[in-house]
Design a protein around this ligand. Sequence first.
Ligand code: ADP
Length: 502
Amino acid sequence: MSSVQPVESNTPRKYQLFIDGQWVDAESGKTFTTPNPATGENLAEVSEADKADIDKAVSAARRAFEGKWSKMSARDRGRILYKLSKLIEEHSSELAALETADNGKPIKESTYVDLPQVAENFEYFAGWATKIEGETIPVPGQMFNYTLREPVGVCGQIIPWNFPLLMAAWKLAPALAAGNTVVLKPAEQTPVTAMELGKLIQEAGFPEGVVNIVPGYGETAGAALAAHPGIDKIAFTGSTEVGKLIARAAAENLTKVSLELGGKAPNIVFADADMDQAVNGAMMGIFFNQGQVCCAGSRLFVEEKIKGEFLDRLIEKASRINVGDPMDKGTHMGPQVSEEQLNRIKSYVDVAQKEGATMLAGGESPQLAGAFQKGYFFQPTIFSDVNNQMRVAQEEIFGPVVSVITFRDEDDLIRQANDTIYGLSAGIWTRDITRAHRFAKEIKAGVVWINTFNMFNAASPFGGYKQSGYGREMGKHALEMYTHVKSVWVDLSGRPIGWFGK
Ligand code: ADP
């Protein structure tokens, strides 16, 4: 089992758990199926990990951490990571198609956004493996003090379904570069590409047990991993609600935690903005990946005096979004990931209307033909006359639903923009550079985009303020989450400590 099984293969897809370098059934023998959200048809049958399997995976990761992996040179570790990035590039078209089949995202996105960034993250962190260094500290007296940067050990990583392979890359790459071993739990909705990644991990030459991949449900496999006393760190990306459960479970063993959680990002359009740029930026902010993005610009703040013109243009552009077959290169929006998510979005449309918001576009599922009638599609949806206190302005919908809120001036804007429990990201569209940078300082968010939105790079940190979580992914800051700093003191005087007398 070395290369990626193409999506159009007629062989029914079956995946076992990847533990200690072996493909094994779950201890319980149980499996679960994952549907293609565009059609509702089964895509794959996957072994279902539970507590016993998590125990096995954690033990394997511990053996690998104490064995071959810690004895391997940083250079070799980096070379294996680099090889993995090359293997991903070689197989990127099959992986992109599988990502689309399992998640529903348009093939244009999985091909040109997800897969290139997956490879980029492994490549970037491959370079870091040989550059994780300690420091010497200028302490007084006849003393030499230096630090060692060491891996934290066995890491549990729990990832969501919105960017399945990319979230695996964000988590695995820095952990492995720093010399940790990993037990990765993909989301139950989208396990397929993580399992294919397991095959490439084998092919790249990682020693057995360095990476273990255990698909299963959150309440069982995920909870068992978060509460496991044998892990040294837990990293989670997902909802704020589950993030709190993870932090509580981790507190029991004082396991190190990093959390990348929900958001309700303000995306702000001032009257002096380039209108074309801002309209396109508003669309990118909320309709990319069907709105299933934690940093989505779901609160669209528009300066009062341009509201009419701006909304006309936004509605017109949104009406030209192609919603449909995600495998079609011309599709802009595929289905939502699951029926559960679709229903959640529909319920928020009801909430918005009850709260008095005005629906300007969308609000329902499109009429599609053939196999796609059973898919979980939803139209791009725009609400205006929203005020920042409404539930649709405060709660994360995680779908293609934007709430338009107006503001009068900068003070009014900052107050409203920061009036949220979240603080993941923010966007601002203006030609006034002093205002843009003032905003960047004032907004309580981990990422600010000025005249752009949804920009990412493996070298640039990403993470939240407030209830959007803690810790930073990507860039050198990610390594801080996966390393301990050890301080070493050496006496250079050769004399006894005189404190208690000679
Ligand atoms: P969503 O609500 O958007 O599906 P979640 O935060 O529930 O997002 O899921 C993100 C990840 O967290 C998934 O891998 C899921 O299986 C996992 N998960 C869900 N509930 C728990 C839990 N109680 N403990 C640990 N992991 C969980």
